[in-house]
Design a protein around this ligand. Structure first.
Ligand SMILES: [Cu+2]
Length: 141
């Protein structure tokens, strides 16, 4: 039995190889790459409280500007030189379009969809019904 267990363990180790895959996307940081005059991924879905990190992998400067070219929102507006990063934590649910000021005419637009984390619903419903009825009725003399 012991030899079998060892054999199984060895097989698993061989199958898994040495790659330690760390895909912890439920919380923390999500990366958007700025590359070839585009945001990758173009659209991204995250949860409230998550941080998006934009990273300029291009050889030219870009901006990460919230809103749309015709309708700016003043959430963020960050210039990124090649190699630089910018972090933004989304505290509210909704859809947040953004773009690059320099290359928006060339279609450099992106969007972040922020979902509300499953709210803990259901609380204490049973309250104290029935209060003090009947007060002091003045005694007639
Ligand atoms: Cu750009």
């Amino acid at each position: 039995m012991r030899t079998l267990a060892t054999a199984v363990a060895l097989t698993f180790m061989t199958v898994c190889g040495g790659t330690t895959s760390s895909t912890g996307s439920t919380s923390g940081q999500v990366i958007v790459s700025l590359h070839n005059l585009a945001f990758a991924p173009l659209s991204l879905s995250i949860q409230v409280g998550q941080t998006v990190r934009w990273r300029n992998d291009d050889q030219v400067a870009h901006t990460v500007t919230s809103g749309a070219p015709a309708l700016l929102s003043d959430l963020f507006d960050q210039m990124l030189k090649p190699g630089e990063t910018f972090d933004f934590t989304f505290a509210k649910a909704g859809t947040f379009p953004y773009f690059c000021r320099i290359h928006a005419p060339m279609g450099m637009l992106g969007s972040i969809t922020v979902g509300q984390t499953s709210a803990t619903s259901g609380g204490t419903t049973s309250g104290t019904t029935g209060g003090t009825t009947g007060g002091t009725t003045g005694i007639p003399y």
